[in-house]
Write a protein that binds this ligand. Structure first.
Ligand code: OGA
Ligand code: NI
Length: 341
């Protein structure tokens, strides 16, 4: 097997050659500062119009925001974090039972991003799961640690509800019917990436995840409460999104950029590493049904003139997803392949 996991439990003292980025593409960590004014949206607010306005501002300016009072309980979150940490601290032998570098597999443990395609590897191991419908996939999920299935079922069910709440706010914030996005997206799929970034001997030379946009509709990220690593690109500059202990980080994926006709942004982001501590993040991705036709909402582009047309052409999510995985992660924005001419 070519590429191997890096979460070996043994601290790496040198960065293997295959992780070293060329000089022109390194994180330049000293140029990155924390993002000021990063929106924190309180979902317990009863002032709906203010909430909707905050969502509009956050999604058009940053494509990213944090939510607090999101109704996913602390117990559920703590349980998810513990079981994920336990998972990655299992023996290599136990973990390798789930290893695969075939991106079409619905449950797999892997490393980097797409080891079969990429030239330089990334300092990340990850467990990828399909989470909806749970009954269809749960038998594939890891049976170790023993509580994994129960804990992750509860977490992913609650996060799905949170996602739907946000999708309603997004619809309203674009002046559309509350259920517009949910209707367009059909029976949404849900995937999870449990990302584990071991301490890295040379964080300046490599990435945990290089710059990318998420191909799905909406991402709900739980980041390690104490270890920084997520960065986003705003006006050509990288900023750190440092963890807030009670918040999820939400970001607009490519599909909401298309559905909003480009009003909302699927923003470039990346994960960097550090020498000190392992970092864990749990990304939950809500995805359109494969057959969902992604078509920019008409009220967002129709104009007086007859020639008005949306920025993006109609396509199915299945078509998009295939294109996404056929590329390298840090190529052009995948949506550029779906522009109207
Ligand atoms: C992702 C992602 C960021 C992080 O999994 O798509 O962007 O902080 N993760 O791990
Ligand atoms: Ni991402």
């Amino acid at each position: 097997m070519a590429a191997k996991l890096i979460s070996t439990g043994i601290r790496h003292t040198t960065l293997p050659e295959n992780y070293v980025r060329p000089l022109s593409n390194r994180p330049c960590l000293s140029d990155v500062s924390p993002l000021k004014d990063f929106p924190i949206i309180d979902l317990s607010s009863t002032d709906r119009s203010r909430l909707v306005q905050q969502i509009h501002q956050a999604c058009s300016r940053f494509g990213f925001f944090q939510v607090i009072n999101h109704r996913v309980s602390k117990d559920t979150i703590d349980g998810m974090v513990s079981v994920a940490n336990e998972f990655f601290s299992m023996s290599m032998e136990e973990k390798m039972k789930l290893y695969s570098d075939d991106p079409t597999k619905t449950t797999r443990l892997s490393t980097s991003f797409n080891v079969k395609k990429e030239e330089v590897n990334n300092w990340r191991d990850y467990l990828r799961l399909h989470c909806y419908p749970i009954s269809k996939y749960v038998h594939e999920w890891p049976s170790n640690p023993p509580s994994f299935k129960e804990v992750v079922s509860r977490y992913s069910t609650d996060v799905r509800e949170l996602g739907f709440t946000i999708e309603e706010l997004i619809s309203e914030s674009l002046g559309l019917e509350k259920d517009h996005m949910r209707k367009v997206l059909g029976e949404q799929g849900q995937h999870m990436a449990v990302n584990y970034y071991p301490p890295c001997p040379e964080p300046e030379l490599t990435y945990g995840l290089p710059a990318h946009t998420d191909p799905n509709a909406l991402t709900i990220l739980l980041q390690d409460a104490t270890v920084c690593g997520l960065q986003i690109l705003i006006d050509g500059q990288w900023f750190a999104v440092n963890p807030h202990p009670d918040a999820f980080v939400i970001n607009i994926g490519d599909q909401f950029e298309a559905l909003s006709n480009g009003i909302y942004k699927s923003v470039w982001h990346r994960a960097v590493t550090n020498t000190e501590k392992p970092r864990l993040s749990v990304a939950s991705f809500l995805c359109p049904a494969d057959c969902a036709v992604i078509s920019p909402a008409k009220p967002l582009w129709e104009a007086e003139e007859d020639e008005a047309k949306p920025i993006y052409r109609d396509y199915t999510y299945a078509e998009y997803y295939k294109k996404f995985w056929s590329r390298n992660l840090d190529q052009e924005h995948c949506l550029e392949n779906f522009l109207n001419d």
